[in-house]
Design a protein around this ligand. Sequence first.
Ligand SMILES: CC(C)(COP(=O)(O)OP(=O)(O)OC[C@H]1O[C@@H](n2cnc3c(N)ncnc32)[C@H](O)[C@@H]1OP(=O)(O)O)[C@@H](O)C(=O)NCCC(=O)NCCS
Length: 161
Amino acid sequence: MTDERPKRTVEYSQVENLHVIRHEDLNGTGRLYGGRLLSWIDETAATCAQRHTGLEITTASIDNLTFKRGAYVNDIVVLVARVTYVGKTSCEVRVDSYVEDNEGYRHVINHAYLTYVAITREGRAIPIPYGLELTKENEKMEWEGAILRRENRKNRTSQGF
Ligand SMILES: CC(C)(COP(=O)(O)OP(=O)(O)OC[C@H]1O[C@@H](n2cnc3c(N)ncnc32)[C@H](O)[C@@H]1OP(=O)(O)O)[C@@H](O)C(=O)NCCC(=O)NCCS
């Protein structure tokens, strides 16, 4: 089915956020709390989804949350969010989180996929007015992956998760 909506590019809504890890962000073992990173991921991804849709949005699901390595006090955490898929009322955002070292090299600490739904003030799902213009090969691959992830989510929901 062709998407008749006007399209916005992935670059249009891309968001990059930066946090320096403070003592209050650490758990008992001196590493960044997973929950703190998750709140930064949700904040960055939600800004991205809001830019793409131009609407109020709410978090419907967070998945594929893989912690690859720890992060420590004074580390610089960089979060990059990009829209990967746009459905009728929902969109998927991928967030890559890195620790940036003194040379400017970025080391991956987490990948996550989040789904947002555009809503009215009353919280009812509404259509997103913009499709996604895919200009690069990796954007097309992310779109294909998002279709599979969407199916997996539906299966999980039907299994009661
Ligand atoms: C997200 C929410 C608005 C969806 O409402 P709903 O009545 O289930 O909506 P629908 O069944 O019409 O689905 C709407 C869209 O959401 C998607 N969706 C619904 N549940 C989902 C889930 N668990 N994961 C991913 N996408 C989901 C559907 O696939 C559909 O997408 P599409 O239009 O692009 O095909 C509703 O479940 C809600 O308000 N949840 C609470 C959100 C919240 O409070 N978030 C903050 C957490 S602290």
